[in-house]
Design a protein around this ligand. Sequence first.
Ligand code: UDP
Length: 456
Amino acid sequence: PTLRWTEPIPATRRRIIMFPMPFQGHINPMLQLANILHTQGFKITIIHTEYNSPNQSNYPHFTFKSFPDRFSEVINQLPVKDPSFYVKYLNSSSVDPFRNCLAGLLAEEPVTCLITDGGMYFTQAVADELKIPRLVLRTSSLGCGVAYGFLPVSSEKGYFDLPKDDYETSVPEYPLLKVKDIIKISTNPQGMIEFVTNMHNQMKASSGIIWNTFKELEESELQIICEDFPVPIFTLGPLLKYFSASSSSLIEQDRTVISWLDTQAPKSVIYVSFGSVVRITESEFQEMAHGLANTGLPFLWVVRPGVVSGSEWLESLPEKFLEIVGDKGCIVKWCPQQEVLAHPATGCFWTHNGWNSTLESICEGVPMVCSPCLADQPIIARYVCDVWKIGVLLENGFERVEIEMAIKRVMIDEEGDGIRKNIHCLKEKVDLSLTEGGSSHESLKNLDYDHLNLYS
Ligand code: UDP
């Protein structure tokens, strides 16, 4: 989509200050939004932590300002599996350095507003103190916003403590989710509930929320959120349609995968990646390898160093695996995912259902096999498989026969026809929502002219 408006863009708009949460899945949409606002004439300053500092070379048109943090040291000592620990640390340790940094910037020149990640809830109090309006960027789905609202009652009713026998039961308050989905969200339910409550309260106290989704995808969830969050809501996603995620990659992307894909038949390749945070066990990794090999189909597998607990990289692959699969398999450490999904050879995406990965798959019309691991992923996976019906969930974790069947279902079997048709329709809906008069396009216009200019 183009970002051309009928109205002329004022040449000298004020500055907007943006602050992402320092993780790949949060940095990508924030920098995409920054680029959109920049094309609308705003000057952009990105405040960031030293940890996971964004790659500035692709953004010579922005100003970057970092503040010191000890996050690199601390993250190694935290229980990695649960994000509630590190978001809590980030939200408490960043207050003073962030305030100093922001106050310094505000003293330099007038600023339109601050846009910060929903997860960095502490920034609302700082914004209030410094008398600058804060807009929130929420980088997950609306469905996740609704489902997270049920976490306190899930805890009160003891769903987090139910035994395995109850895992398949639907949650009465949110029947789309099963007990096992709720349990997967967090190994530290109280910490997660505290985080979500803080995040949602401070979103409600903000001047507006930008949600990286589009109305046609989550219409009823949008209604619920609009009732629950009494501030302007903007659904102007998927942001990745305007600017690719590749330019904000924190890890170097192996581009040789594109020439490998060029040698493969249309829609024949299984693309596998679990994003930047998830970790799996050695035995899960081995089941994955067997499942992939047993399909007999070509695969492109991103094995991020560290993704397998206790391994540097590929040491725990089954014996002779690489010899057996030969040219059929391409394994890399990190790749240009958006381009891989857009490649005609890609036929399915085996994903952890991070929200960016899910949106990227929808935008390219690639059906999914779902292995959600934590946080919002189990919720997103349910929407993918049971609401939008554009993927198959591996209900029993990592088991080679189930893996092979799910992949064949989304790629080849007649049984998967509906899934392939549905994702194709959804891709068309995305394109429509971004064209003149479409919902995301209109939402962006509202944000740009009606909202941001209020503060100028
Ligand atoms: N990504 C990438 N190369 C890879 C795997 C992932 O550039 O090999 C990008 C992907 O395009 C997405 C982001 O990393 O934009 C991952 O975000 P997501 O929300 O899907 O998952 P998270 O990493 O937050 O779990």
